[in-house]
Write a protein that binds this ligand. Structure first.
Ligand code: HPA
Length: 279
């Protein structure tokens, strides 16, 4: 085991890594990581020769209490590409530290993935973003949540990493190309992460809009930062499940978020399959 102090998340990553290495022995190394957000977990059905590892079986691994988030890694292939897929993620609002929230992503990076696709459900702030739309994330605002990089520097990357191209430009272009290839409409925009678990107030949404946010949600930006820090290329696709607070008459609920994500499933699946084929 690499020398890291005990009782730290870095030590827990080492232990989880060793556990997975043993479980996976003889299996192909994943080169692409996928995180499936609220209501989007069924995409994992597209993985061939799946090998499932429950988060609850991995030492020190954080597990989610949220409806619609299953809680396992699935290793296998999508088409020709060896993947590791997270069916469910953990969130800051569940009470984990940000370091713990990004532990799963750091673990996938340590397993050797070269690219990571993050997905989520979000509220649309920009006028043209409606429930059911898919939005390629082109940049992010992470200023309203603590950085996951606070604390001693994790050995995977530099102390002061550059964040000027969090969502890899080449991957963004490839997702656009995949969308036009498979006839799925996509939009593009800036995603802002809040701590949650409450949805925003209309005044907060006006603030975020003024700051340049197009969509808002409770995940993703910190995972993207951890992956970029580790030198992994990141892409993000957000499923707009509702108009953000104050922009429509409907009350926001997790059930509606999940059911709208479910309705967007067909387009989301088509887009992601095509994207994975060409990246
Ligand atoms: N706000 C925050 N998170 C969300 C939303 C929202 O409107 N919709 C889905 N996740």
């Amino acid at each position: 085991m690499t020398e890291v102090s005990k009782n730290t998340v870095f030590y827990e990553i080492e232990r989880a890594y060793e556990y997975l290495q043993e479980k996976l022995s003889g299996r192909e190394k994943p080169i692409l990581g996928l995180v499936l957000g609220s209501g989007l977990g069924d995409f994992a059905e597209n993985i061939t020769d799946p090998f499932v590892v429950s988060y609850s079986d991995i030492p020190d691994f954080p597990t989610s209490s949220v409806e619609g988030h299953k809680g396992c890694f699935i290793f296998g292939r999508i088409g020709e590409v060896p993947v590791v897929c997270m069916q469910g993620r953990v969130h800051y609002y569940e009470g984990y530290t940000m370091q713990k929230v990004v532990m799963p992503v750091r673990l996938m990076c340590k397993l050797g993935i070269e690219k990571l696709i993050l997905t989520n459900a979000s509220g649309g702030i920009r006028d043209d973003l409606d429930p059911g739309d898919l939005m390629i994330i082109t940049d992010q605002i992470t200023s309203f949540v603590p950085s996951p990089l606070i604390g001693p520097n994790y050995e995977a990357g530099p102390r002061f990493p550059d964040m000027s191209n969090v969502y890899d430009t080449d991957l963004v272009e490839k997702i656009k190309a995949a969308a036009s290839d498979c006839g799925v409409e996509v939009k593009a925009g800036v995603y802002l992460q809040t701590t949650g678990p409450n949805y925003e107030t209309p005044a907060e949404i006006r603030l975020y809009k003024a700051l340049g946010a197009d969509a808002v949600g409770m995940s993703t930006t910190v995972e993207a930062m951890a992956a970029v820090h580790a030198g992994v290329k990141v892409a993000g696709i957000s499923c707009i499940t509702n108009k953000a607070a104050g922009l429509s008459d409907t009350h926001l609920s997790h059930e509606d978020v999940q059911s709208t994500a479910d309705k967007a499933k067909a387009g989301f699946t088509k887009l992601l399959l095509k994207t994975i084929e060409i990246i």
